[in-house]
Design a protein around this ligand. Structure first.
Ligand SMILES: Cc1cc2nc3c(=O)[nH]c(=O)nc-3n(C[C@H](O)[C@H](O)[C@H](O)COP(=O)(O)O)c2cc1C
Length: 500
């Protein structure tokens, strides 16, 4: 990534992603500039370039879009002129004709993108809108035999500088619609969207309830049953993630669900456990056809040092709740990889989730073995519309990497995650400094000194100079460089370095 990419990303990320965006409304040529910038923000720069092609933005002297920019109400407007100039420096490529069809436990899905079970898939109108936007299916908000008495407020978020929702915490429980209302939503959705996939997420409190719920959901038109063994907010005995950490209960309830339905059954696993393998294997032994992971991670978001409460603050009190969003993706990928590495689970289909925001995130889950992916937090933050760039971006990636179907690339990255002891420890990969790109901020120097091996000195031009005798090749300098001016350089054998 060079300056061009850094500036494009940084400036685009200043966009507030307004709905009915004033910038697009102000454009006399009807350019959907809001969508173009959104595509850049959602890892789909190629799609942005394609949308921009043949539009007059680069020669436009009107500037109405920037005058209308909502950000100008409290800050400088987004530099739309700069963004369009940078985008137009490279040629647009049309959307390739790629079929994104995939199968989850034998059920056909028009693409791998699903809403995960949560507030984003709570009723008919919401799910119909999501289907119209392009989502292949929905894991409906978990339904049970009772409706909970929810608290207010119930969400809080972790942010960092300009980025909201690095992580997100909720203390929500299951659906607040009655069982009858939920079954009605399923019937109506199946009637009006017969090719979309409905995953009914259920949670019983005893075997009878699990069997009954599965059977009722099948009759109402669900295509797949997902057993919610993993909600960290359901604290009643034998409910939520307490089930998911108890392999015997997972076995018992999966069996009960299989008794009530002939549909494929997914067991949704909790990450609040050291290894997912024991409960996942028990689910499969009891007849589960696939797995879903991860549910949210138990968390306490913060402590307010004025009143010593934590958020979400319910009359001065809070409780442990489920953490989700971008920050949890590495943890989710680890659990997916763990299950796919197990001999007993390697052929079991997985619907993966946890921190997916873009097609790129989704493709990472697929390359580690998932057949489909699910999303909640990013939809809560940005809306159903993010699926447009997921579909477009994934098609473009697959075409440019010669994958003709999703099946071709499910699991392609699995072989590259190996035990730490098996990694090649015979060489040092030294960083290579691009002195042209370096802006002399000295961030590499301070990190190397205070958090590394004191291997960088700055010369009189404020450019880094490496001491090869001290450098261990950790690449801390590379990851802190704000302008990507440091690349992996030469790999040198440790034997050559020590001389023996
Ligand atoms: C507000 C909220 C409500 C949720 N409700 C449910 C639920 O009812 N059933 C369930 O299985 N998972 C529920 N989840 C967990 C999500 O389905 C998903 O597993 C998790 O949030 C990770 O994905 P994400 O990072 O894309 O949000 C909920 C998550 C959130 C944020």
């Amino acid at each position: 990534m060079g300056y061009r990419e850094v500036v494009l990303k940084t400036e685009s990320s200043r966009c507030l992603l307004c709905e009915n965006a004033p910038c697009a409304q102000a454009c006399t040529y009807g350019v959907k500039i809001d969508q173009i910038i959104r595509s850049v923000n959602f890892d789909n720069e190629q799609g942005a370039r394609y949308m921009l092609a043949d539009n007059p933005c680069v020669d436009c002297i009107d500037g109405g879009c920037m005058q209308a920019c909502s950000r100008a109400k409290f800050d400088l407007p987004v530099r739309i002129d700069k963004i369009t100039e940078l985008l137009s420096q490279q040629n647009p490529v049309s959307v390739p004709d790629i079929d994104l069809t995939t199968y989850l436990c034998g059920v056909k899905c028009e693409n791998p993108f699903f809403l995960s079970s949560s507030v984003v898939g709570s009723n008919y109108d919401m799910v119909a809108k999501a289907f119209d936007c392009g989502w292949a299916g929905v894991a409906f908000k978990t339904i049970g035999m009772f409706t909970p008495n929810e608290v207010s407020p119930r969400f809080s978020e972790l942010d960092k500088e300009d980025t909201q929702f690095v992580g997100f915490k909720n203390i929500e429980q299951i659906s607040t619609y009655s069982l009858e209302e939920n079954l009605g939503f399923f019937r109506e959705l199946k009637k009006n969207y017969p090719t979309k996939v409905i995953i009914a997420s259920i949670m019983g409190s005893n075997e009878y309830e699990w069997t009954k719920l599965a059977s009722l959901c099948e009759k109402a038109g669900a295509d797949i049953i997902e057993c919610n063994f993993s909600c960290p907010q359901m604290v009643g005995e034998g409910l939520g993630s307490d089930v998911g950490i108890n392999p015997e209960l997972v076995y018992l309830y999966t069996k009960a669900v299989k008794k009530g339905t002939n549909l494929p059954v997914l067991a949704k696993m909790t990450p609040n456990i050291t290894s997912m393998i024991p409960p996942a294997v028990k689910a499969v032994e009891a007849g589960a056809d696939g797995l879903a992971a991860i549910n949210t991670i138990k968390s306490i978001m913060n402590v307010n040092l004025e009143n010593f409460s934590s958020s979400p603050d319910v009359c001065g009190k809070s409780s442990v709740g489920g953490y989700s969003g971008k920050a949890v993706k590495p943890i989710a990928l680890r659990f997916i990889n763990e299950m796919k590495s197990s001999d007993k689970l390697k052929d079991v289909p997985i619907s993966g989730m946890g921190g997916i925001e873009t097609w790129y995130d989704a493709a990472e889950f697929i390359s580690l073995g998932c057949s489909t992916v699910q999303v909640t937090t990013a939809v809560m933050q940005y809306g159903y519309r993010i699926v447009e760039d997921m579909i477009d971006g994934l098609k473009r990636y697959m075409s440019s990497h010669n994958f003709s179907s999703i099946n071709d690339f499910i699991g392609v990255a699995e072989k590259n995650i190996i035990p730490a002891d098996d990694l090649d420890r015979s060489y040092i990969c030294f960083p290579r400094f691009d002195r042209e790109k370096c802006i002399g901020c000295e961030r590499c120097y301070v990190s190397c000194y205070d958090g590394g091996h004191q291997a960088i000195k700055m010369n009189s031009d404020r450019k880094p100079v490496l001491d090869g005798k001290k450098c261990v090749g950790c690449h801390l300098c590379k990851v802190v460089c704000p302008v990507n001016a440091i690349d992996p350089g030469k790999k040198v054998s440790k034997l050559a370095l020590t001389g023996h």
